[in-house]
Each structure stands twice: as structure tokens, then as C-alpha cells.
Design a protein around this ligand. Structure first.
Ligand code: UD1
Ligand code: PEP
Length: 438
């Protein structure tokens, strides 16, 4: 288990370039299974989850070529489908969440898709019903082996149909879209997730020859085609990383420029941080955060009532940034209620922040009220264990703002989503070190 040692209380300064988006990359990499032709992908983040998915694709027989640090080509022209029934696949497929999205493409192209219960963050219940109901609607037969948590779908052919998803699941929509593009006839998917990463997937599939309309809305219409061809695709910058760096700048009172953020794809993210009193300035396609020497003040609602920040499916605010909002609020002036609606186990890390001196009341598993210190009291350094990827980065931000030296264990949880984090933070002046192998 790796560890970070962090000396907090230092101001940072400079530019930071966000990595390619993890959650987009997971969708896009699975889409290479839809064609025997070559697909070239740029801006792939070098993080644990993505490297695991690339290795899984390679074990499945996809020819993978690394063309530069962040560009790879993939060619799925001679797959080894027996791998799907191997013990190795059961182990590798269950070690990340994104692997679930190989099922749709495999089902569409080869008539069968299998997956062990996927991993990902232990942040509450994460059901897969939406995915499999979608495949069943397209005509697939479903089986689930409860003993080894193994899911399977099979179909001689998929037939387009109209469906209304029971929830706007992000990976569920991506999976169903990737199955429907090769189905016979037309599929409509209502209550589809429509976040920028899904839009990116649909645009890429259209470039490969798919016929998807309604991209960006919650009603997708997909006219099935017989086959898809190769393409080139570039990942957007990671919006969760961008939000993390906004939080980092505010809490360490640092002047930071976040480069090439693709502003128009950030939705509510800049405004939510502005509601916490943080100045988020647009400079071309960069975000400029000035040093908040006098702190930042949380806005109330017009009627004077306390601000609530809650998640919702896109274009609502992403649940993946609520842990960061929460940690940033601990040093704001004012109060905020953070309401994590989607996941029931994502707020328990506040115990650690409370140990560090933050004023937080965990109202129930979904809601926490934060009373900011307005920098009148600094957080105290401590030793902690990162429970999940976003709590991990939030604790790291807390440690960088705290007085003294903190230690964070289980940093694999951070490494699975943040590329070369030590080097990038050191480059803007952070005192952070990686201690391997303890
Ligand atoms: C690999 C990947 O892309 N992971 C992201 C993806 O996970 P993932 O695709 O697994 O998440 P889903 O969109 O399926 O939903 C996650 C959870 O929220 C609940 N839910 C979902 C939709 C809804 O309208 N209401 C609702 O309550 C679901 O029951 C589920 O428990 O989307 C999540 C929600 O943005 C993000 O946290 C994850 O980082
Ligand atoms: C929850 C997340 O990831 P995953 O779905 O891979 O667990 C996340 O990226 O915040």
C-alpha cells in the first residue's frame, strides 16, 4: 500500500494542465471493440484504471500500440473470446468499474458479452439493472450466476426498440448505445444520460459510421447499421480534475491557472464554486483562480436561507465533485449543506476532516452541513487512509492546506484517477512525496 507524505500550509503558484478525462476514456476504449478497423485515441490519461482496461483489451486480443505518451491505436480484428470465460478475466474484469462497458460492444458484434461484478469505488449501492434491462429490450437473453457474481448476455441478433431507462445511468447509457448502433432497425433511448463524455462517445461512433441523433439531449435515436469503421478521437480534459484544482487553489490561497479546460463542457462546475465565493475567471479556454488572500464567502439564497449543493444527472452537478466542495467549504466564510443524493457511503470521510478540526455535522449518510472557519483556524495535520478516489483527493487538498505534516495511506485510490499527481503538484510548489511499498 503506497503512502503520501504532505507538508501543508504552503501557497502554490503556476499552471496546471488537466489530464484526459478518466470517465470518457473508459467509454471510448470499450468502443474500439465495435470495429475490426484501427482506432487511434489521443489524450489518454496514464492512470491505474485506464491502464487496467487497456491491459484487459489486450488480453481479449485487441492489438494495442502505444504511439506516444498519451496516444494509442487499437485494432480489434482478431479477438480471443475464450478469455471471457477464463479465471483471469474474472479477476481483471472485476477490478474496475469501466470494464462493464465492454459488454454492449461485444454483444452487438459477437452476440455475447460477459462480465464479473465490476469494481470501482465502494461508495454505496451501484446497481447494473439499467444496463441489462437495456440489452434485454434489444432482444438479448440474460443470465446471472449469483455464486461468482458473473453476468452474461447473448443474442443471435439485436433488434432496435423504444426504451425508457429507469435512471439516467452514465455507463448504462453508454453500454446500451454501443449495443444499439449495430442492432437491426431503430432504437430510441429516453431518459438517457447526456453528459459531455457521452456526447463524445456518440460523436465518435457517428464518425465510425453509426447513425445517432439527439446527441446532448436525453432522447437518443439510433438507426442501426451493419458495421462500423475506424476513426481517430481525442479525449476532453477531465472535468473532475478541473474541479479538484479549483478547490485546491482556493483552500491553499494559491494563484493557479488551469489550462485548456474546454469551458463549454464544464456545465455548472464554475458556477457551483462561485457560489462558494471562489473567483473563477475565464481567460480564453483557461480558468484563472486568483489567490484568495481574504478568503471566500459562501452565498446564501435570495431569501437568506442556507445554500445547498446537491448532485443530479447532467446537466445537474456531478456527484464526483461533492467531496471537493465539502472540503473547500471547511475554510469558507459561511455555511453550506452538501447533499449527496446518488451514493450513500460517500460522505463518511468527513470524520477525518472533523479530526483535523473542520466544523461539519453529518446529518445522515447523504447530507452534511459545513460551517466554514474563514481561515481563522487552520486544519491540523493527521494520518489518514483514502477511502475512495474523490474522498482521497479531498483529504489531499485538506492536507495541503493544513498545518504540519500529514500522511495519506491507500493512495492507489487516488492514483486510479489522477495522473502523475506528485510531480504535477510539486511543479506548482506543493511539498508532497510518495513513499512506496509500506
Ligand atoms: C466510470 C464512470 O463513468 N463512473 C461514473 C458513472 O458511474 P455509473 O455509470 O456507475 O453511475 P450511474 O450513472 O449508473 O449512477 C450511479 C448511482 O447513482 C444512482 N442514480 C443514477 C442516475 C439517476 O438518475 N439517479 C440516481 O440515483 C444510481 O442508482 C447509481 O447508484 O456515473 C456516476 C454518476 O455521475 C459517477 O459518480 C461515476 O464516476
Ligand atoms: C466514482 C468514480 O469512479 P468509478 O465509477 O470508476 O468508481 C469517480 O470517478 O469518481
Amino acid at each position: 500500500m503506497g503512502t503520501f507524505k504532505i507538508e501543508g500550509g504552503h501557497q502554490l503558484k503556476g499552471n496546471i494542465q488537466p489530464q484526459g478525462a478518466k470517465n470518457e476514456a473508459l467509454q471510448i476504449l470499450c468502443a474500439v471493440l465495435l470495429t475490426p478497423e484501427k482506432v487511434t485515441i489521443n489524450n489518454i490519461p496514464d492512470i491505474i484504471d485506464i491502464n487496467k482496461l487497456i491491459s484487459l483489451l489486450s488480453n481479449l486480443g485487441v492489438k494495442v500500440e502505444k504511439l506516444s505518451e498519451s496516444t494509442y491505436s487499437f485494432q480489434a480484428d482478431d479477438l480471443n473470446l475464450e478469455y471471457l470465460e477464463s479465471a483471469q478475466f474474472k479477476k481483471e474484469g472485476s477490478s474496475l468499474r469501466g470494464s462493464i462497458m465492454i459488454v454492449g460492444p461485444l454483444l452487438a458484434r459477437f452476440g455475447k458479452g460477459y462480465i464479473p461484478k465490476p469494481g470501482g469505488d465502494k461508495i454505496g449501492r451501484r446497481r447494473l439493472d439499467t444496463h441489462f434491462e437495456g440489452f434485454i429490450n434489444l432482444g438479448a437473453k440474460f443470465r446471472y450466476n449469483r455464486e461468482d457474481y458473473f453476468y452474461g448476455v447473448e443474442a443471435d441478433k439485436l433488434i432496435g426498440t423504444d426504451m425508457l431507462l429507469d435512471e439516467a445511468s452514465v455507463t448504462g447509457t453508454a453500454n446500451i448505445v454501443m449495443a444499439a448502433v449495430l442492432a437491426e432497425g431503430t432504437t430510441t433511448i429516453y431518459n438517457a444520460a447526456c453528459e459531455p463524455y457521452l456526447q463524445q462517445l456518440c460523436k465518435m461512433l457517428n464518425r465510425m459510421g453509426a447513425k445517432i441523433s439527439g446527441v446532448g439531449s436525453n432522447l437518443l435515436t439510433i438507426e442501426g447499421v451493419d458495421s462500423l469503421g475506424g476513426t481517430e478521437h481525442t479525449m476532453l480534459p477531465d472535468m473532475i480534475e478541473i474541479g479538484s484544482w479549483i478547490g485546491l487553489a482556493a483552500m491553499t490561497k494559491s494563484e493557479l491557472t488551469i489550462k485548456n479546460v474546454s469551458w463549454d463542457d464544464l456545465g455548472q462546475i464554475p458556477d457551483v464554486f462561485r457560489k462558494l465565493g471562489i473567483t473563477v475567471e475565464r481567460k480564453g479556454d483557461d480558468i484563472y483562480i486568483p489567490a484568495h488572500k481574504d478568503g471566500y464567502q459562501i452565498q446564501n439564497y435570495i431569501d437568506g436561507s442556507i445554500l445547498t449543493i446537491a448532485d443530479a444527472p447532467w446537466p445537474g452537478f456531478t456527484p464526483d465533485l461533492l467531496s471537493i466542495v465539502l472540503v473547500v467549504a471547511t475554510q469558507a466564510k459561511g455555511e453550506v449543506l452538501v447533499h449527496q443524493k446518488m451514493f450513500e457511503s460517500r460522505l463518511f470521510f468527513v470524520d477525518k476532516l472533523i479530526d483535523m478540526g473542520a466544523k461539519i455535522i453529518l446529518c445522515d449518510p447523504h447530507r452534511a452541513t459545513v460551517m466554514g472557519h474563514d481561515f481563522k483556524s487552520q486544519l491540523k495535520a493527521t494520518t489518514m487512509v483514502s477511502p475512495d478516489i474523490r474522498a482521497g483527493i479531498s483529504l489531499l487538498i485538506a492536507a495541503l492546506s493544513a498545518k504540519g505534516t500529514s500522511t495519506i495511506h491507500n493512495i492507489e485510490q487516488i492514483d486510479r484517477g489522477y495522473q502523475k499527481i506528485v510531480e504535477r503538484l510539486q511543479a506548482i510548489g506543493a511539498k508532497i512525496e510518495r513513499i512506496e511499498g509500506n
